[in-house]
Design a protein around this ligand. Sequence first.
Ligand SMILES: CC(C)(COP(=O)(O)OP(=O)(O)OC[C@H]1O[C@@H](n2cnc3c(N)ncnc32)[C@H](O)[C@@H]1OP(=O)(O)O)[C@@H](O)C(=O)NCCC(=O)NCCS
Length: 170
Amino acid sequence: MNGILIREAQPEDAKDIIQYIERLSAEPNIYIAMSPGEFGKTEQQEAEILRSFHEEQNAIYLIAKKETRLVGMIVCAGGHRKTTSHVVSISMSVDQEFRKQGIGKLLMEHAVQWAKNNPVVTRMELLVFAKNEPAIRLYEKFGFVVEGRHKNAIFRDGVYLDNLSMALLV
Ligand SMILES: CC(C)(COP(=O)(O)OP(=O)(O)OC[C@H]1O[C@@H](n2cnc3c(N)ncnc32)[C@H](O)[C@@H]1OP(=O)(O)O)[C@@H](O)C(=O)NCCC(=O)NCCS
């Protein structure tokens, strides 16, 4: 895709990532389970987390850059026990100004390709607000299927919302 670079996040990206996540969580009515100001990591802590992604075989932290600007990310966090090391939990987002331009698709393509080539990973899973149509459509496009509904899993602005669990076997 034009002008978009997908690459692994480096510890030096910590500051950009914190600013990006704070911006994202402050969006009104965003369908993510993080409230504004809740991310709460220092630059040093975030850099340490990014370093740990490089050390783990079953995990990857990918970011999308347009020139110097961070415009999206997909995080595949691997299970830490022998019984779950084949499973990655996914979270992803694209900067509001850059949505509906194919960046989400590009990030997911990279993540699925990584998982297919990974000697350990065989399952990708995620939770998504049941109301989050754009995200659900994107996941379905890649073959993710809904495995269940977590009723009232989210409580926000005085209202309960459901989550869907979705997964893709690779
Ligand atoms: C979900 C999200 C990552 C999609 O990223 P994106 O870059 O806008 O998605 P793309 O432009 O690559 O679109 C990929 C596909 O997703 C679906 N999609 C994306 N936006 C959509 C919309 N507003 N309505 C319906 N489907 C949509 C479409 O199937 C689309 O494929 P198509 O263009 O061939 O029709 C983005 O909307 C986002 O960051 N949302 C806020 C954070 C979030 O909800 N994250 C997911 C938490 S589980």
